[in-house]
Ligand binder design. Structure first.
Ligand SMILES: [Fe+2]
Length: 351
């Protein structure tokens, strides 16, 4: 039930109005002046304040003004013995929700209090709902964020696993995919591709040779040159990688870029002899990163060919085997001190 404070300097009014309200079940308190009212209200919040206007010390209007500074939601009913339009306007301007002229009839008083109490209850309910809604939104945001994080972590471990699977079978290229992924991401960054695209390119690099798990390990670990037949078999890894990744729920361009990573700018690559704009930018970047990293790496059958030889290779074949802007971005990177990066960076898959 609503809690009400009555403020009036006339004891008979306080007693009568309190009795009316108590008989209706309200929780009623009364005080003789505005100062006592403020003291009471600081300790005991109420739903409704019923106050006289003209009282010794402080008027009812001043009381409302002071009260609003620490209790904004209290509904106020003003009573006065001088019912003029001006008094009513001032009362409403000061935040009174209703107005009663003295002498006050019991029925009018109870009707006004009842209406005010209902309005207050509705306002409280609205406020409560708003607060609960804010709390719910906050929880929801937290839940979505933590689920998304968990999903990212799961995806990340799948990428790491896929990357390691090939390296178990093909130890000579251990770390190759990681280094290619990092270099490809740096080239993408240099080409001002979006962060999302750059991170996808890193992922593509980390798993671009996944199709090699379908290639016999004697071929993968064979030192020296492969026979023509063996090389034909090895070439199948682009398509195998594409096929494997097409079946999982990852952005489709990952599979497609892997399918294209041995194509060449002039159409001399494999498996589909795509050229120029038929090849997606992700694959153009990957093929440059792939060849540079491979030439700079030590292999059991040859030492590293070195940075300069690798960079000369892409420079000489720029516009023929490799897309010129990608080659330039890669050359620029190394000119500015880029070092081959063997670290496994965290990857973010858009989910
Ligand atoms: Fe490959």
């Amino acid at each position: 039930m609503s809690r009400i404070l009555i403020v009036d300097d006339e004891p008979s009014i306080r007693i009568t109005l309190s009795a009316f309200l108590k008989s209706e079940g309200y929780d009623v308190h009364s005080v003789p002046d505005a100062l006592k009212a403020l003291e009471f209200l600081k300790e005991h919040p109420v739903d409704i304040l019923v106050t006289d206007i003209i009282m010794p010390g402080m008027t009812g209007i001043e009381l409302i003004d002071k009260l609003r500074k620490f209790q904004k939601e209290v509904r106020v009913i003003i009573m006065t013995g001088e019912p003029t339009v001006e008094t009513a306007v001032t009362a409403v301007q000061n935040g009174a929700s209703d107005y009663l002229a003295k002498p006050i009839r019991k029925e009018d008083f109870l009707r006004v209090v009842r209406n005010t109490a209902q309005t207050k209850a509705l306002m409280d309910e609205k406020k409560d709902l708003e607060e609960r809604n804010i709390e719910y939104q906050r929880n929801l945001e937290y839940m979505v964020a933590s689920r998304t994080h968990a999903l990212h972590k799961a995806m990340e471990s799948i990428i790491t696993l896929l990357s390691q699977v090939v390296e178990f079978r093909d130890p000579y290229t251990a770390g190759h995919q990681r280094r290619v992924g990092n270099l490809a991401a740096s080239i993408a960054e240099k080409l001002n591709l979006s962060n999302e695209q750059t991170e996808l390119i890193r992922i593509i690099g980390y798993i671009h040779d996944i199709g090699k798990i379908t290639i016999p390990s004697e071929i993968l670990s064979k030192p020296g040159k492969l026979s023509r037949a063996e090389f034909e078999l090895l070439k199948g890894h682009s398509y195998s990688g594409y096929e494997m990744l097409s079946r999982v729920d990852l952005p489709p361009l990952i599979a497609e870029a892997i399918y294209q990573h041995h194509e060449r700018f002039d159409g001399s690559g494999y498996p589909r002899a795509l050229a120029n704009s038929q090849i997606m930018v992700e694959a153009h970047i990957l093929m440059v990163a792939d060849v540079v990293e491979a030439m700079m790496s030590h292999r059991p059958y040859r030492p590293s060919l070195g940075r300069d030889v690798a960079l000369l290779e892409i420079k000489e074949k720029s516009g023929r085997l490799y897309r010129p802007d990608v080659v330039n971005a890669c050359l620029d990177l190394f000119k500015n001190g880029y070092e081959i990066d063997d670290e496994a960076h965290e990857v973010m898959i858009p989910v």
